[in-house]
Ligand binder design. Structure first.
Ligand code: ZN
Ligand code: FE
Length: 255
């Protein structure tokens, strides 16, 4: 199979827009933060929109749905648990479902926590995962509708994907995440290096997405609650991983 082409762009303020293009012309937007920005990206690439894959119902991920559907006739696929809140939805999907997009397999993984119906789209043959607001580069989404145990379980689902999976997330909060991460793991040299790299990229006007799962496992403190140094620093001993995760998420909320 030849490679899927993936185009990433920044829109709104800090949302990441993504276009996925298959050999047969099928082109999917991952979420639709802003119709004009998606249309501009289609213009740049010369691709014609055929689908929108929605990760969750928040406005900064669905605001462009109706205008894009109106202008392109695209089909909108989104999470079953939030179907009533996804404008223009045609097909609803949930954990365990799979479908084929332009000849490429897409697996749906339920990743609740940020919202209750949030889903991740994983393309196993292309080693790409579209995780919305669940996992960020060196960070994770706020737990708005679910609870910490649920969010931790969702992060574990993503963490158990193949290590060479490229992770496309919904926002570029990379620098703030890395700085927070260093407050938890100040001796993590790779994390420090990645912060410097993100600062350089951002200064150059480049996007810090995608990341690779392998790197996240080494530098994303929210995936590392088992880390001994972290537990010592937080004054938490032999408690469940999700409790340590929750403590870090609490601290990040206040930082
Ligand atoms: Zn969101
Ligand atoms: Fe968002």
């Amino acid at each position: 199979m030849s490679a899927l082409e993936i185009h990433v762009f920044l829109c709104r303020k800090d949302n990441i827009g993504v276009l996925v293009h298959a050999e047969d012309g099928t082109t999917a937007a991952i979420d639709a933060p802003d119709a004009d920005a998606v249309l501009a990206a289609l213009d740049v690439t010369g691709w014609s929109l055929t689908h929108i894959l929605v990760t969750h119902h928040h406005g900064d991920h669905t605001a462009g749905n109706l205008e894009l559907k109106d202008k392109t006739g695209c089909r909108i696929i989104g999470p079953r648990g939030e179907a009533a809140r996804i404008p223009g939805i045609d097909v609803d999907v949930d954990d365990g479902d799979s479908f084929v997009l332009g000849g490429h397999r897409v697996e749906v993984i339920g990743t609740p926590g940020h919202t209750m119906g949030h889903v991740t789209y994983f393309m196993p043959d292309d080693r790409a995962a579209f995780v919305g607001d669940t996992l960020f580069v060196m960070g994770c989404g706020r737990v708005l509708e679910g609870n910490y145990e649920m969010m931790w379980h969702s992060l574990c689902r993503i963490a158990s994907l193949p290590r060479d999976t490229r992770i496309y997330c919904g926002h570029d909060y990379t620098i703030a995440n890395a700085r927070f991460g260093l407050s938890i793991e100040p001796d993590n040299a790779l994390l420090r290096h990645r912060l410097e790299d993100a600062e350089q990229r951002t200064a150059d006007g480049r996007i810090t997405v995608p990341t690779v799962l392998e790197q996240e496992l080494q530098t994303n403190v929210f995936l590392r609650p088992h880390n001994f140094g972290t537990r010592t620093r937080l004054g938490m001993g032999a408690v469940a991983d999700w409790r340590v995760f929750g403590e870090m998420r609490d601290r990040k909320n206040k930082s």
